[in-house]
Design a binder for this molecule. Structure first.
Ligand code: KG4
Ligand code: ZN
Length: 358
């Protein structure tokens, strides 16, 4: 069984082919550079760029795989949540191929792509505990099956990646901020600035990053001659110390909430063995190291996709599409792309779970 996956929900135009032996047969990815000058993704520019490049990305993926369109069994596309202009481009391309080739179309939830990717790259079994940390989302979930997610907690304000991006922007480190913060933090002192522990005593698995970001802003403003963040002059070591202190505080917050989630997970699913992290922020080696320690301490196996498959890519969409297709799920060509699409929308709400983001 071979599935083509198409990703276009944010600023990566990507396609990949995977099979049911967990082989990646071909892949192509274009990271849009146009947004860097704006310090964040501009939806309209993203949509136009997806439109300009999607055909060549799909074609080059097929050429690399040395397969023919007729070898493909189903065509999957990231169909939401995401920037809707871009999502529409990928979904329309997938539907057009499905129609022309007379193959089934599979609508994949982008978050399910992140969530299931570790099952392609490691031997992760359902049910597993997942920390999903990306630019738009930050959730702790129990993944019970390809279409069965229970959310234990979520951010009540910013996503983890969003916080990394905003802190990087305040420090003029460019976009995306996560990789630059990580690089600077590696030469910084994480104990230099004491930052708050958001929702430390909330007793649930919800997270918050907005207060952390404001605390960092105040530190940066203290370097300004007139209190205006635009007038700050911070030397490299101070910048590194701010990055390290922020990265430490964000990681501590994620680990604290996961510790509670592990207790709930073990109680509900004693047979569950795996702790998985996925999404763009999962590319952070410091976070990965601390999550592995947490998993070891609690007798769980830690897994994360290889770093290149943590940020958006076609492989995760092809794999999630394949898992859905293998279970017999296909979607009609009437499927409407969804700007909001909570992973757990069909699940009964867990006690204490909640949150505001899709
Ligand atoms: O999953 P992703 O590619 O796109 C979304 O679906 O949002 O995640 C992108 C996010 C950005 O916020 C980026 O700053 C963050 O992932 N990110 C990182 C790292 N690499 C990417 N955050 C922290 N450390 C990293 N090394
Ligand atoms: Zn993503």
């Amino acid at each position: 069984m071979i599935v083509l996956g198409i990703e276009s929900s944010c600023d990566e135009t990507a396609a990949a082919l995977v099979n049911d032996k967990k082989e990646i047969l071909g892949q192509s990815l274009l990271s849009q550079e146009e947004h860097k000058v704006f310090g964040g993704v501009v939806p309209e520019i993203a949509a136009r760029s997806h439109l300009d490049h999607i055909d060549e990305i799909i074609e080059s993926c097929l050429i690399k795989s040395k397969l023919k369109f007729s070898d493909i069994d189903a065509i999957a596309a990231s169909s939401g949540p995401g920037l809707i202009g871009g999502v529409v481009v990928g979904v329309m391309a997938a539907k057009a191929l499905a129609l022309a080739l007379n193959k089934p179309f599979v609508a994949v939830n982008h978050l399910a792509g992140h969530a299931l990717c570790a099952r392609l790259t490691s031997d992760v079994q359902y049910p597993y505990l997942l920390l999903l940390v990306s630019g738009g989302h930050c959730q702790i979930l129990i993944v019970k099956d390809v279409d069965n997610f229970e959310r234990l907690g979520t951010t009540i304000d910013d996503a983890a990646g969003e916080a990394f991006d905003k802190v990087a922007k305040m420090l003029n480190l460019g976009y995306p901020g996560g990789p630059m913060i990580e690089k600077m933090a590696s030469v910084g002192n994480e104990n230099r600035f004491v930052l708050p522990r958001p929702l430390h005593n909330s007793g649930d698995c919800n997270l918050s990053f907005s207060g952390l970001k404001t605390a960092v802003r105040k530190i940066i403003e203290s370097y300004s001659r007139d209190g205006n963040i635009a007038h700050t002059i911070i030397n490299k070591q101070d910048t590194a110390d701010i990055c390290a202190s922020f990265q430490y505080a964000a990681t501590r917050s994620l680990c604290e909430k996961l510790e509670l989630a592990i207790k709930i997970f073990k109680q509900k699913y004693p047979q569950g063995k795996d702790l998985v992290v996925s999404g763009g922020v999962a590319a952070n080696t410091y976070l990965r190291t601390h999550l592995k320690e947490l998993a070891d301490k609690n007798g769980l196996i830690f897994s994360a996709p290889p770093i290149k498959y943590c940020t958006d890519n076609g492989v995760m969409i092809a794999w999630a599409g394949l898992e859905r297709f293998a279970k017999g799920y296909t979607d009609s060509l009437d499927f409407k792309p969804r700007p909001r699409w909570p992973l757990d929308e069909n699940a009964p709400k867990a006690a204490g779970a909640g949150g505001v983001k899709a």
